[in-house]
Design a protein around this ligand. Sequence first.
Ligand code: WQD
Length: 373
Amino acid sequence: MVDKKRILIPGGAGYIGSHVVLCCLLTRRYKVTVIENYSNSFGTALERVEKIALDALPADAPQADRDACKIDVIQGDMRDRATFKKAFQKYSGADAIYAIILTAALKSVGESSSKPIEYYEVNTSGLIGMLAEMKEAGCGRLIYSSSATVYGTPKTIPIPESSPMQAESVYGRTKQIAELIIKDVCDGHPDFFRSISLRYFNPAGAHPSGLIGEDPRGKPGNLLPLLAQMAVGKYREPGLKVFGNDYPTPDGTCVRDYIHIMDLAGGHVNALDAVDDDSKFHDVTTPGKFKAYNLGKGKGLSVLNMIEAMRKVSGYEYPYEIVGRRLGDVPDLTADPSLAEKELGFKAKYSLDDMSRDTWNWQSKNPKGYDTE
Ligand code: WQD
């Protein structure tokens, strides 16, 4: 049997991170160490990931597979290089860290304009410290969580990866700058660093078990968790505000490419498989091995479409009010996912009905979220 490779996942208890950890474990090819400061996440999520991964094993699975479902957690902060040093020193030989999947970040568009220093500190300075520690430790593989928001207001829909990066918020710029930093580091050390950046469109849904899902601390700013928490009665006041219905879209509300979180998380396993394959970088014109891919479904849905989808599964008739546009929103962010399909073998399989069903399944089974700490 081939040794399982150890993956380090900063931010692994968060909404995206926990599903990524799960997808790694479900392959039975990886073991996982998480770095967490729990600033917007809960330890319970990782306990439940372990349970789902164990339950998915066949009855006759070897003990090594059971052992690998145990997630090692290092409590620490992305901004502290010592956290990464500690992680790299902890494992050696066949157990040395094979790759990092970086899902830790501050990620609120609205908040980022009032906390630019914090956003740059975590999302860019923290990244530089991590890259320096990777170099020192001899670990050169990185899968990076980027965002569709780097495209700003794109000229063409669906958006290909070749669209220029022109982010319009502080948060978006931290992701755009992070991609440039990683690319420069790959170019500067072409025989050592290699990286795949995944530009997420709008993640939605939860693992179908309903054991893990999205549970932001405080009132949700994003549409799906807000709709879920409204339906379950956690937030009802001051009611739902739809930010603008005068966009050049079919119903006037913004269009986004919602993608099931299990599809999105699975894309990281595709990226891990691809990152060591030189042929994936054949068309890169600079010396390094850096490439960005869209993770989307390629189907645009409006705010009103999402409200209707959540009404259908929850039975809650959302009272809503149309208000002015939200600063930083763009009319349409729909991915062209064909490059990831062709080169990574990535395909988003879950439908809108799956996304709304699983969002509701998670929220109705966990009306207060993880709330166990
Ligand atoms: C979706 C639509 C709102 C709340 C952000 C990031 C992006 C990615 C996902 C991570 C928009 C509308 C929302 C509300 C509304 N994540 N809306 N009323 O802004 O598309 O994407 O999260 O990194 O990078 O930019 O997601 O869920 O906030 O909004 O009308 O109360 O719902 O205007 O059109 P967004 P969202």
